[in-house]
Design a protein around this ligand. Structure first.
Ligand SMILES: [Fe+2]
Ligand SMILES: [Fe+2]
Length: 464
């Protein structure tokens, strides 16, 4: 039996620039997503574990598929002509749930582990006696990291593989010959499969101890009678936790953010002011638009609030002269007066001509925050001067606001990096000094730096 003879799935594919949010929804659905080139060539694989490690590192949500994927040549794959025994071996050693099916470098399908399980379970179940094929199929099932229990029609356990020992925390020698215990919280489909003789696949089974298993039940039928059931299963608790975490953290963030917005008109303006990703040509000084982020200003403000929340947990708000409320209000309003040109992907422009000089939108934003929303004087000062260098500030700029102006400018810049340059950022706070470790594909920004909020002294730590 070969890969081409069994059920394969349509692979879940993304382009290498796909965002973490997009990947998260795909990977939590299927457990795996494939990054492919425009011509369908397999470039890499994003699995649940690569996603989890990306999500637990700071701000990795701005990363893309190509930042977190396992390169195609380091990931096991099968071809349509690959023997199913070989595929079973790859599942055993790699512990993945699907393998890419590749023909001449092009991704043509995805082989789920259950196709292997079903094929061998059916072989075990359909052959009477102790035939060679039956023993070989059983040996393959035994070796998989999927738990395997064979139950006869009196519910007596006949087989209990090492993975089942690990997953059920029980010893095969204690279990074989015993009656099967029902550990799921709901009624086990075993009885239904015994009665109907129809297999059930991927049954989500919550256990009494809180874990979640995905279980397959394949009946062993002899002379039209169900003689027993082959039950295979694996633990999907982590995958399910990840799914609910992602959903709740997105909801929480949206709710928390909606609370800080003064009204729906502000939200509407933010969501309809675009930002652009571009490629800069140092020879001509021109930029070419590579992506339009329609709700760019909204994303920029959300990212800035996230950076601020991170600095908050690192203790920055305990510094004298730093007020959380003033900073949150400044972030929400700082770019509200921005007027962006309408640009298309592929368009090449001179940024100095196409975009308004930044202090102009800062002044407009400050006027809006002051006249329509009556924000504090400190908030207005910060917004009005968020694009000024320190030596350009007017003489009457309140000196007590200097630490917050430096912090606002830092947060604004970091959020732009997250929103427009797909950066990965880590922050450290030590006393009055904030250190930023930034990594991204733009060499000019791939550096670490540190700023003292009280003195304004800035140091570039390294360039790599
Ligand atoms: Fe701005
Ligand atoms: Fe900004």
């Amino acid at each position: 039996m070969k890969v081409k003879d069994v059920e394969t799935l349509d692979p879940v594919t993304v382009n290498p620039g796909a965002s973490i949010d997009r990947l998260a929804s795909l990977v939590t659905e299927r457990g795996i997503a494939y990054a492919v080139s425009e011509t369908g060539e397999l470039l890499g694989v994003v699995t649940g574990s690569s996603l989890i490690s990306a999500l637990t590192s700071n701000y990795a949500r701005a990363a893309t598929a190509q930042d977190i994927m396992v390169a195609a040549d380091s990931f096991p794959h099968v071809e349509p002509e690959t023997d199913l025994h070989t595929a079973a071996g790859l599942f055993e050693s790699s512990r993945v749930t699907e393998l890419p099916v590749v023909a001449s470098g092009v991704l043509v399908g995805s082989l789920p582990q259950r196709s292997v399980l079903m094929t061998f379970s059916t072989t075990v179940a359909s052959l009477k006696g102790n035939g060679y094929h039956e023993r070989r199929a059983l040996a393959i099932l035994q070796s998989l990291h999927e738990g395997l229990i064979v139950i006869d029609r009196d519910l007596i356990i006949q087989e209990f593989n090492p993975a089942a020992e690990r997953l059920m925390n029980a010893k095969a020698k204690d279990r074989i010959g015993q009656k099967a215990q029902v550990v799921s919280r709901d009624e086990s489909p075993i009885f239904e499969v015994m009665r109907t003789g129809k297999a059930r696949y991927n049954v989500m089974t919550p256990l009494a101890d809180g874990r979640m298993f995905s279980v397959n039940y394949v009946p062993m039928v002899e002379d039209g009678e169900v003689q027993g059931i082959i039950e295979t299963f694996h633990d999907i608790t982590e995958q399910e936790d990840l799914r609910s975490q992602l959903v709740s953290s997105r909801d929480e963030l949206d709710r928390a953010f909606a609370l800080t917005l003064p009204n729906s008109r502000v939200e509407h303006k933010l969501k309809h002011t675009p930002e652009y990703r571009d490629r800069y040509d140092p020879e001509t000084g021109l930029i070419t638009v590579t992506e339009v982020i329609e709700d760019g200003n909204y994303k920029h403000v959300v990212n800035a609030l996230k950076v601020l929340a991170d600095l908050n947990t690192k203790g920055i708000m305990s510094l004298l002269g730093i007020s959380k409320d003033v900073l949150v209000q400044s972030i929400i309003f700082h770019d509200l007066g921005k007027s962006q040109p309408q640009l298309q992907i592929g368009q090449t422009v001179d940024p100095k001509k196409a975009f308004e000089h930044s202090p102009a939108h800062a002044a407009r934003s400050a006027d809006i925050a002051s006249h329509f929303y009556h924000r504090d004087a400190d908030v207005i000062w910060l917004i009005r001067y968020h694009h000024h260098r320190e030596d350009e500030l007017p003489l009457d700029f309140p000196r007590h606001l200097m630490p917050m102006l430096r912090l606002l400018q830092l947060v604004d810049g970091l959020s732009a990096a997250l929103t427009r340059r797909s950066a990965q950022i880590k922050l450290d706070v030590e006393d009055t000094r904030v250190t930023v470790y930034e990594r991204n594909r733009h060499p000019d920004f791939n550096k670490s730096r540190s700023v003292d909020l009280f003195t304004g002294e800035a140091v570039v730590l390294n360039i790599d």
